[in-house]
Ligand binder design. Sequence first.
Ligand SMILES: C[S@@+](CC[C@H](N)C(=O)[O-])C[C@H]1O[C@@H](n2cnc3c(N)ncnc32)[C@H](O)[C@@H]1O
Length: 239
Amino acid sequence: MSRRAGAKVIRFEFAMPHRARAIITKAEITNLYRRRAKNYDLAAKLYNLVGFRIDSYRELAIDSLHLKLGDTVVDIGCGTGANFSRLRERVGQDGKIIGVDSTDAMLTKVRQRVAQRRWRNVELVQRDAAAYQFPGKVDGVISTFAIIYVAEFDDVIRRGSRALNGGGRLVVLDFKLPNRWISRLAPLAVVDTLPWGLSKELASRHPWESIAKYMKPMPMRERYGGFVFIAVGEQEENA
Ligand SMILES: C[S@@+](CC[C@H](N)C(=O)[O-])C[C@H]1O[C@@H](n2cnc3c(N)ncnc32)[C@H](O)[C@@H]1O
């Protein structure tokens, strides 16, 4: 099925092999994002039509990192680099952004973005987050709409927290199931996000508990009726 959006045609594929299963494999995630890469940025913006304020969620998550000029930040599951402009505003040209993603086609898009803007301080790594070795010390780690895909998210957060300098922050922006009556609408929300390979099972992962296990947690914020969370952990000053 195709829908016209301006001159562009966005293809939503409703017959996907992983549909029948709630947790999709890493290979299926990669294949899904290979297909999604071309139209990812536009499709993400279309979620505004259902009140999903993705840019303001990103802004809040990135503000929560408390980055300074010259800092180094790692973006886990960076996709097409949708966070990079904002991150670069915070770290400046002397800081560094390291983007990690497992899908080649998403990294191709981010490479185009980096080349167009002539950013010299971006390093891109094609790797499963579960296998990624964080560099010595960094000032921030962020993951937006990506970590719940990673079965080993607890270990990624543990290693990410260890890589942080004292006072550094790790921020996760992702989907969750709401706690309140609205959770009865969860199947609707999940259907809404199905083109992204999400499911109730993936949204039942709780990265904020890992943050609280390995770092000092900040109060968690929720958006979109509790379907979206922003969880923040801070590394001890003397780490
Ligand atoms: C919904 S997109 C989010 C992209 C970007 N962070 C954003 O906010 O727009 C999810 C991304 O996570 C990546 N991803 C999924 N599983 C991953 C894994 N195990 N390791 C690294 N990246 C992964 C996908 O390739 C995809 O680019």
